[in-house]
Design a protein around this ligand. Structure first.
Ligand SMILES: C[C@H](O)CC(=O)SCCNC(=O)CCNC(=O)[C@H](O)C(C)(C)COP(=O)(O)OP(=O)(O)OC[C@H]1O[C@@H](n2cnc3c(N)ncnc32)[C@H](O)[C@@H]1OP(=O)(O)O
Ligand SMILES: NC(=O)c1ccc[n+]([C@@H]2O[C@H](COP(=O)([O-])OP(=O)(O)OC[C@H]3O[C@@H](n4cnc5c(N)ncnc54)[C@H](O)[C@@H]3O)[C@@H](O)[C@H]2O)c1
Length: 725
């Protein structure tokens, strides 16, 4: 392949008169502009050659296509590539050249046909696939809309309701379902894919199989009035579920246009809307997240050295509490045999019971069969001592947050586990160097920081000390991938990346409330911004015990910038400790529904008198924008410190950590991306002003000051010399 081009197609014409065009653009045969323009010239040639009767399109190396090359959107957004004329690819090439051709086309789908890949196949006159193929239109997830005719052809092939479900949820279907829906014409084994597709194409020429243009089908579409009702309902749901995003509604406009005014008008609307959405801020954020998420597993100096992950055959977990049981669940779900160690029979039984309950909830929801449940549970063995640790490849310690206990455990592990065994801790705050102080195994000690509930939350913070070997990181990255977590490799410090960013967020909220802001309005503003819930509701959910334990660590380690609020300790004294006690910042009914509590005022006033702060009339009347800035700019400030100290190697890693660890809205691109959309100067000036009025909690850090003085983006790389990794 020419090194300047991104992908290509090749065409081979067989003696049977079938031209097979293969999409080649590893690793997923994405449809780059080069691939699409090559495809066009192959088609023009095939249509003009007398020895070609029909065409088969397929993808190289067992994958049809993962869709349009997403980096192409980035190039258009940055202005490094000019967008082709609106509708050029979808209408001129895919519809008028391919679908309307005098020679039929058949798509031979192996592996995956996603986004533009599925759309290209839907313009063919038949689709043959292998059993494992995934078929979907996940564009909305990226902030764009199906732009190669998917908004028009999918409803015509599978019906409006199913098409809406597939497009709005971005979830693919498997080949068998695709077949029963009418999306796929036949499912055949891999070895028969091409021969079946060739024969099918010739059968169409010979009129033994129907010559179907998806765009002209009407039999699956509901009557107009019914279609309008379905679309109205979908709009209502979309507004509720994605209130801050415009592109899903714009996508529905294109669908509706096709149903009301016909497929050609629909295609034109789709092309127009498709071009508009590329420049939306939410789209820029989501595309940044797509690449950043894949970038977290690329760690300079670690993953570029040719190290191959070692096979982890067996894992031990110490502590079967909330975290240990969640981690065990995640591991056995990915077929790792696990030993769970506890202090006594009663606790062991409780730990295993928690794992069981985690899996049983899947059985109840229908996502796991009883057989699979039994098989998965059989991978878990309990233990009360270290004898069974002699052949484990990795241990994850998840006992209570107590330094001397953890030190003792690591000293014991060194005695019982084999030399190569990875020794990981799930500590949220404790310095890993301290945990390993009584061992000589510092090079295999690492943090494996999961988030609660560990079998559900997608993030895994891999914490590396100055001594942890690159091999251990590579191994843990591999385990992370196998248990379907997104790993972020960070340096060792109190709170690592996620908790360090989380802390100022809660603290800022406490500060505002002590100075007169309404906690319920703060929660509302933050939910509207896109967080799953506000900071007060979250404190209630997590429980005040955890909040106090974390605060203690931060007060000890970062005293100069910690705002010490007494609201939570005062409530805790009165045995209101959050949702578990039915009382916290909110009151909770039997159904766990939260309701504001007028009594909260009492605690706020008491805390205010202890801290000596006054109600500030400006803070009583904060706008939503001000609430967002006063709670999130301190988070940006801390993220800057984490980045400047080299705890994170890339700003994009902090974006992913914030999205997956804190629930920061992905369509805002993550904390640093969002901050850069406002500019370092603006954020610096706001924090500087607040720090002069309200104290050092808001004081902008040196890194932020420096970037602001140069007008530089916060996400620009930090000199490697300062990196701790
Ligand atoms: C006009 C059209 O309607 C618009 C579109 O088609 S938009 C694109 C729609 N398609 C998608 O959203 C699919 C996006 N991709 C995926 O979901 C997953 O990558 C996948 C299911 C295809 C493969 O998953 P998996 O095997 O886990 O591999 P994954 O690590 O995600 O990807 C492998 C590599 O392919 C790249 N890649 C995947 N899909 C890509 C795409 N559509 N464009 C460009 N690169 C892509 C990834 O960035 C990654 O690159 P890297 O190795 O340099 O990090
Ligand atoms: N709770 C969270 O949200 C969260 C999130 C991330 C990390 N963490 C960290 O995970 C660790 C565990 O937290 P948790 O919430 O699961 O605590 P937990 O109290 O629910 O569970 C701890 C378990 O460890 C067991 N244990 C104590 N000493 C032991 C020993 N010597 N051998 C075997 N088992 C022993 C206890 O019996 C208990 O069941 C802590 O380090 C915590 O900081 C917690």
């Amino acid at each position: 392949m020419d090194s300047r081009t991104k992908g290509k197609t090749v065409m081979e014409v067989g003696g049977d008169g079938v031209a097979v065009i293969t999409l080649i653009n590893p690793p997923v045969n994405s449809l780059s502009f080069d691939v699409l323009y090559n495809l066009k010239s192959n088609y023009e040639e095939a249509l003009s050659r007398n020895d070609v009767k029909a065409i088969v399109i397929t993808g190289a190396k067992g994958k049809f296509s993962g869709g349009f090359d997403i980096s192409g959107f980035g190039e258009i957004q940055k202005g490094t590539r000019k967008e082709p004329k609106v509708g050029y690819i979808s209408i001129d090439i895919i519809t008028d050249l391919l679908e309307a051709a005098r020679k039929p086309s058949v798509a031979a789908i192996d592996g995956l046909a996603l986004g533009g890949g599925l759309e290209l196949s839907m313009a063919c006159h038949a689709r043959i696939s292998t059993p494992g193929a995934q078929l979907g239109l996940p564009e909305l997830q990226l902030g764009v809309i199906p732009g190669f005719g998917g908004t028009q052809r999918l409803p015509r092939l599978v019906g409006l309701t199913k098409a809406l479900e597939m497009i709005l949820t971005s979830k693919p279907v498997r080949a068998e379902e695709g077949h029963s829906l009418g999306l796929i014409d036949a499912v055949v084994p891999s070895a028969e894919l091409l021969t079946t597709a060739r024969r099918w194409a010739l059968d169409i020429v010979e009129r033994r199989k129907p010559w179907i243009s998806s765009l002209l089908k009407t039999d699956k579409l509901p009557p107009l009035g019914e279609a309008r009702e379905i679309l109205k309902f979908a709009r209502g749901q979309t507004r509720k579920q994605a209130p801050n995003m415009k592109h899903p509604l714009m996508c529905l406009d294109a669908l509706e246009m096709g149903i009301v005014s016909g497929p050609r008008a629909g295609l034109e609307k789709e092309a127009e809307v498709g071009s508009q959405v590329i420049s939306l801020d939410t789209t820029k954020g989501l595309i940044h997240v797509f690449f950043s998420q894949r970038g977290t597993a690329k760690v300079p100096g670690v993953t570029d050295g040719g190290l191959v992950p070692r096979k982890i055959k067996k894992v031990a977990i110490i502590g079967g509490g909330l975290m240990g049981s969640g981690i065990a669940t995640a591991l056995i779900l990915s077929n790792y045999p696990v030993i769970l160690k506890e202090v006594n029979e009663k606790f062991l039984e409780a730990g295993i019971g928690r794992v069981k309950a985690n899996l049983q909830s899947r059985v109840r929801k229908g996502s796991m069969s009883k057989e699979k449940f039994e098989k998965t549970m059989s991978l878990l063995k309990g233990s009360l001592d270290y004898e069974s640790f002699r052949d484990v490849d990795m241990v994850i310690e998840a006992v209570i947050e107590n330094i001397s206990l953890k030190q003792q455990i690591f000293a014991d592990l060194e005695k019982y586990c084999p030399q190569h065994c990875i020794l990981a801790s799930n500590t949220s705050t404790i310095d890993l160097n301290k945990i390993g102080e009584r061992t000589k195994s510092q090079d295999r000690i690492v943090g494996a920081h999961f988030f609660s509930p560990a079998h559900v939350m997608p993030l895994l913070e891999i914490v590396r000390t100055n001594h942890t070997s690159a091999q251990v990181i590579v191994d843990l990255l591999d385990v992370g991938k196998k248990i379907k977590k997104t790993p972020v490799v960070v340096g060792n410090c109190t709170g690592f990346a996620v908790n360090r960013m989380f802390f100022p967020y809660t603290q800022a909220a406490m500060f505002l409330v002590e100075r007169g802001a309404d906690p319920y309005l703060i929660d509302m503003a933050i939910s509207k911004f896109g967080m799953p819930m506000g900071p007060f509701r979250l404190c209630d959910l997590v429980g005040f015990g955890v909040a106090i334990a974390t605060a203690t660590q931060f007060i000890e380690n970062f005293p100069e910038r910690t705002y010490k609020s007494m609201i939570i300790p005062l409530m805790q004294e009165d045995k209101r400790a959050g949702e578990a006690t039915r009382k916290g910042f909110y009151l909770y009914d039997d159904k766990r529904k939260a309701k504001p509590d007028p009594e909260l005022k009492k605690y706020i006033e008491k805390a205010r008198s202890i801290s000596g702060g006054n109600v500030d009339p400006k803070l009583v009347k904060l706008s939503e924008k001000e609430i967002i800035e006063m709670t999130f700019f301190p988070v940006v400030n801390e993220a800057c410190r984490v980045f400047a100290e080299g705890i994170a190697v890339k700003a994009a890693d902090l974006d992913i950590a914030a999205i997956m660890g804190m629930g920061f809205p992905p369509y805002r691109g993550g904390i640093m991306f969002w901050a850069d959309s406002m500019g370092s100067k603006y954020i610096y000036s706001r924090l500087d002003e607040w720090s002069k009025t309200y104290g050092d909690f808001f004081k902008p850090c040196a890194f932020l000051a420096e970037r602001a003085s140069k007008g530089a983006p916060l996400s620009a790389p930090v000199e490697q010399a300062r990196s701790r990794l």
